[in-house]
Design a protein around this ligand. Sequence first.
Ligand SMILES: C[S@@+](CC[C@H](N)C(=O)[O-])C[C@H]1O[C@@H](n2cnc3c(N)ncnc32)[C@H](O)[C@@H]1O
Length: 311
Amino acid sequence: MSWDKKSWIEKKVQPHLDLVQPIKNDGETVSNGKLWSLKKEIFIYEYIQPYVTIFRSDKNHFQRWCYFDPFSGSGMYGLQISGQTVKFPGSPLLTYSRHEKYSFSDYYIADGKKKNRDALATRMETLFPKNGLDYHYSNFSESVKYFDTLDRNDDAVLAIIDPPGFSQIPFQDVQQILEFPTVDVFLTVMTSGIQRNLDVPDAHDALTSFFGDEKWEKLGHAENIVEEYKTRLESATKKKIEKIEIFMENQKIYDLFYVSGNAIARKILHYIASKLEKIQLNDLTSIVSMQSPDVKTLFDFEGFNQSEKSP
Ligand SMILES: C[S@@+](CC[C@H](N)C(=O)[O-])C[C@H]1O[C@@H](n2cnc3c(N)ncnc32)[C@H](O)[C@@H]1O
């Protein structure tokens, strides 16, 4: 059976473009995004429906299924495509846009920058009036205390850990999250940022905090550091971590780790990941340039690989 990559991407990107139309010129702060973020956002959005369906099912006996997004951003990021800025919704908007059918029992949403927290609150109120959510202004380590308030037997959590770099995620905080009995996680690991900082004296302590100790110094390359980081987290938390690698041209930008506490959910994650792995950034550019009402010039999408064999 062949897979129609072009229409798959179109279908996946359309809800993102639609969601921001009412707020795209609201004058609030817009983060500068990069095209490679879009794969991560598609992954998160596509997972909300299966996650909620599985974890609220009576069969799984959870009292609550909670959404944890401690690096929530301002709610909107802009991508430069064919000379225009195209706006996209960030993780909390994407997740909450599904709340009518796929609602979480609780939403913990926070950002370490007040301006982003405030912009997000305004946007959520515009799109989903009277939603009653709280938006925290707090740094990651503070946010992780949320896990102390949860019930380790009866609650399940979906955690989106999406820092701008590696210095914001101390090892013990990530470990605490992964040690929660039923936690599904997306974790962005900025491999390219680690590589750039290996020989920067000022980054030494941040790398040590990220890795958990100074042994990263002996590993030489960011690829080895990230692989060892994954192994360490796995053995500290007894959880299996999967990953997809996000490249731009031939350069690795980041590794996206994902974890699930449910076997069916894991299969679904693998399936989405297998599709995302076949998508080049040029494919996204060409499709967004055709779909977005904000792009006037069509991107020349020579080389677009329309269909591929399914695995
Ligand atoms: C990559 S962006 C998050 C994007 C968001 N997940 C989305 O989908 O649009 C990273 C965010 O982390 C925030 N941030 C940076 N350092 C932080 C920290 N130590 N604790 C919490 N938030 C932090 C930044 O203000 C920024 O909004």
